[in-house]
Design a protein. Structure first.
Length: 364
């Protein structure tokens, strides 16, 4: 399997454990953060979506102008615009970036956040809409003759979009519910998971592959795991840093909840419920889930903790299960991105090459 490393580019420095610094759209930080990940060996960077954040597509266009190689994984919520219009946006970004665009389809997530933008469909209805949305999106990218579509959510007549992606534009898809898995099985190139223990990841991969087999796609779909590595020169140093992050995050989350009415993210999100249920100290030696419960399991909130060599070994265990894409983001965003590029990504690549070489030698 070909390894892929994905980072994250946000518009402002800050995290669960660090107060925001600089303006909400910090041009100098975006530039430094983008280029640190490009130079550090990340293949792509995610540009996330949230009702309180700057627009991910416009931010991606800015990042494209600042960089030359790093891919642009743009988070996108179906339902707020016509799929034909979104297809033109992504195809245009792909052309402007010389083939670097990809789409991260976000369907479920936080119902409260969706409602702030006026989307009040329930979760199953949203996934049914996404299924139809992605069908129209793909047709818009690939059809060379005008096409029609008549469905429950969308009606299109005589559509032919001249701007096309440079190549096949990959669809990254996340969601842990049965409805999500079914849509992913039909449409996803990469199925994204949050960091869970090895056995749960093994089970999820098997479930998605079984669903994909119904569409003849079990060998096509790839798997991604999102984690927050916490590194130290020694194991004790790494765990001490994890405890400091947890203490700072507890203080930050308490302040935020005191300043804004919060809805329970996990109530509408199966993936978040899974993380909250896992929340404890450590799983599989390195997987630290204690911080996940603070935000109701919201987002990518579990960590691999240890020295770079120890974390590389833990990542390799997931690779052996079928995970070939790793989404890494830190709690100290810029510092961690640089450290991942210098100390972690090269070690994972070297370890995978070593183990595959040993496997080939045994079978020769």
């Amino acid at each position: 399997m070909t390894l892929e490393f994905v980072g994250l580019i946000g518009p402002q420095e800050g995290s669960e454990s660090q107060a925001p610094r600089g303006p909400l759209v910090d041009l100098e930080f975006i530039k430094a953060f983008s280029q640190a990940q490009e130079y550090g060996g990340f293949d792509k960077a995610l540009l996330a979506v949230n009702t309180s954040a700057p627009d991910s597509m416009i931010l991606a266009s800015y990042v494209a102008a600042l960089t030359e190689r790093i891919g642009l994984l743009v988070a996108h919520r179906p339902g707020f615009q016509a799929p034909t219009f979104a297809a033109r946006q992504f195809a245009t970004l792909d052309q402007l970036s010389r083939g670097r665009a990809s789409i991260n389809v976000i369907t479920g997530g936080d119902s409260g956040d969706l409602q702030r933008d006026g989307d009040f469909l329930d979760k199953d209805a949203r996934y049914a809409r996404t299924d139809e949305y992605l069908e129209v999106l793909r047709n818009t990218w690939t059809r060379t003759e005008p096409f029609d579509h008549q469905g429950k959510h969308y009606r299109v007549e005589d559509n032919l979009t001249l701007v096309k992606p440079v190549g096949k534009l990959p669809i990254y898809f996340s969601g842990a519910s049965d409805a999500a898995v079914e849509v992913a099985a039909k449409h996803a190139d990469v199925y994204m998971m949050w960091g869970e223990p090895l056995e749960q990841v093994r089970e999820r991969i098997a479930k998605v592959r079984k669903a994909a087999a119904r569409y003849g796609r079990e060998k096509h779909i790839r798997f991604s795991l999102s984690l927050r590595p916490i590194l130290g020169a020694t194991e004790d140093e790494a765990w001490a840093r994890a405890e400091r992050i947890l203490a700072d995050a507890k203080q930050r989350i308490g302040i935020r909840q005191g300043n804004r009415r919060e809805k329970n993210f996990g109530k509408s999100n199966v993936g978040s419920e899974r993380l909250v249920q896992l929340a404890g100290k450590v799983h599989d030696t390195r997987l630290w889930t204690e911080i996940a419960a603070l935000g109701g399991g919201a987002g990518n909130s579990t960590s691999l903790v240890g020295t770079p060599d120890q974390v590389a070994e833990a990542a390799h265990a997931y690779y052996e299960l079928g995970v070939s894409t790793f989404l890494f983001r830190g709690f100290d965003q810029l510092r961690d991105a640089v450290e991942y590029g210098q100390a972690l990504i090269p070690r994972i690549k070297a370890l995978v090459a070593l183990r595959e070489g040993e496997r080939s030698a045994r079978t020769a």
